[in-house]
Each structure stands twice: as C-alpha cells, then as structure tokens.
Design a protein around this ligand. Sequence first.
Ligand SMILES: Cc1ncc(COP(=O)(O)O)c(C=O)c1O
Length: 399
Amino acid sequence: MGLYWTRKILAGVRLKPAKRMKGIPPSSTLKVLGLAKELERQGKDIIHMEVGEPDFDTPAHIKRAAEEALARGMTKYTPSAGLPELREAITEHLTTKGVTTTTKNVIVTPGAKHAIFCAMVAALDPGDEVIIPSPCWTYEPIVLVVGAKPVFVEATQADEFKVRAEKVQEALTKKTKMILINYPNNPTGAVMQQGDLRPIVDLAIDHDLWVLSDEIYDCLVYEGKHVSVLSLPNMAERTIYVNGFSKAYAMTGWRLGYAVAPVELITEMNKVQQASTSCVAGFVQAAGVAALRGPQDCVREMRDEYRKRRDAIVNGLNSIEGFECTKPAGAFYAFPSIKKLGVSSLNLCEFLLREASVAAVQGSGFGPYGEGHVRFSYATSMENIEKAIDRTKEAVKKL
Ligand SMILES: Cc1ncc(COP(=O)(O)O)c(C=O)c1O
C-alpha cells in the first residue's frame, strides 16, 4: 500500500463521535432486553416483563383503515404537521378529556417520543434546566442531546410516587425553563389528581415555565380519574401536551403520536420535524383517525384486562419475601421496593434473568431515585404473570 493511502487511513482513525454523546446513557430497558434475547437464543424460556409494550394486537378496524388507505394509494409524503383529518380527530378526541384546542395547536409525530424530542429542541436553549420527578421514564437522553440540564426531584413511595410541589420549588433556579411531568407514570403507575397537580402548575405559572405533560397512559387509570394538565385553567399557553397511540390502541410499532402546544411553539416543532422525519406515513395516520373516531370498546376491554393483571401481580409480588409493592393507580407497571433484600436493583435483575428466566428492569434505570425498586411490566398474559411470580419467589430464596 502506498504512503498516500497509509496516511489517509491513519487520518481516518482520528474520527470520533461527537463529544456530546459521551454523557448520554443508552436505554436501560433495551439493555435488559438485549441480555434476555441472548439467553433466549441459548434456549431459555424467558418471561418478558421488561418492555412497556401491550401484548394485545392492534384492533382489527384500525388495521383495516391502514390497508384501505394503502389500497387507495396513500403512499406519498403528507403535510409535516400531520393530515388535517387526523389533527381534527385529535382535537375532537381531546374534548372528551375536557380540553378545548384547535388543529393549529396540534402536531402529529412518529411516536410520542418524537413529539417530546421536537418539543425539547423547540423549547430549550443550551443550559436551560428541566425539572423531572424521578423515578421517571428515559427523558434524560433527550434533554442532554439538546444541551439542557435535567434536574431530578424525588417522588417517594410514601407519597404514592406523586411529586410534591415543595420538592419542585426547592429545585427551581433562574435557569429553570420546564417542568416535565408524566402521569399516569412510567415506571411507578402513579396518577395525580387535580388537587395534586394544582400546586405544581401554579409554580409553573408563577415562574413562567413550560410544563411538558406526557399523558401517554391516560387511557389506563384504575383508581380515580385522569386529569389532563391541558384542561386546567390558564395552562394552554404554557403546556406541551404529549400523547400517542402506542399504549391506548396497542400500536407501538406503527409509530404514531402527537403534541398540543401554543401555535408559536408548534411552528418551531414542525421545523424540527421537517428537518428530521419530514412527516408520518399517510396510511399510519389514516389508522390513527380510525382509532380515535372508531369504537372505543377496545380501549375499555384492554384496560379491564390490565386491571385484573395489576391486582394479580401486586398480590403476587407482596407474597414474595423482601418485596413491597403498593398498588399502582394507572399504566401497566408494578414498581415494588426490593430494599429489604439488600441487593442493588441491577444485581437483582441480572440474578432473576439468569436464575428465574424473568426479565424486569432495574429501578436505577429510572433516574437517580429509582434505585431500590424493580419495574415489572404487566402488559403480558395472566399465565406469564403467575409463572413469573412463582419463579421469582423460588429464586429469591436462593439470594
Ligand atoms: C412515559 C412514556 N412516554 C412516551 C413513550 C413513547 O411512546 P411512543 O411509542 O408513542 O413513542 C413511552 C413508551 O414506553 C412511555 O413509557
């Protein structure tokens, strides 16, 4: 090989990923899934309780709407903010949650996650602080990618994992730009009632902050009533409401979500969408219209089944030595304390995977206040739940 090419190849070795990526953690759920899949390849019968994905199939009428859209030739780019018909269906659907808004306030995105990404890029400057109650879902990488700073506040089990306004107040600084809340919550299943939310949103109003409210589990509330932050007085001008189809209609793989925000912010979020994904596939949006405008019995039926599973898993977990599980009011996760076992949540999850072939997620993957807990998703069959409890009970005896 000539000197010229040797020099060229050596020069290439200097190429490194951006410095920004160094501090960005990979998804903890996907890490467990990777190990579980590896054990499965080795022939182990793994019970998957790590992934937050409904085990139900997408309802038939929704799939049919996509098929019909494809047959009509809906295979082209669509308007970047979403099809007018879907944006309209979203505004109509929101009236059932006490929210009045307009289609101009809505952007349709490939999944709720991308709505959160667009919102953060559009709303945050580098150095801005985002208050996030923890235990929390994986918002941190998105905040870090845009150069902002996550500031975690603890939501304790003693408070049923509802964040208290005093904690939020203590975390406020001149740099705070946003409070991010997620109720029903992943991973704790906590639900905030109107009285719980009021003091938090009052802080946002007093300090002129955005509230990003991720309400993707609003369809899964078993105790009390879901109250949308967007339905509260004076909140429309500072709320970035995020929702999607993944959980309510068992549509995780379709990648369909949306955000509602002030028009000025939607315009900026739309620029982010134009610069990244362009738009959501038209036939997927047609399925979204069918989901929102079609019969809602499927949502109720899935919720009723999740409720039964929740009761079974909570009872089961509480029957295991060292586990303490409060009854989650929403979503499809149980988040028991494992503090009495005296092991870290990561060690316990690895132990359960190898010893019991049960995959769950370590609490430490849910922000700084998740340690001491393990998340079990009960979006799986009753039979799997019972098997997982039996196996976990036996395995824990060997600790
Ligand atoms: C709290 C929360 N928000 C958002 C999402 C992302 O949903 P989507 O599939 O619509 O991107 C999830 C998915 O697990 C979630 O748990």
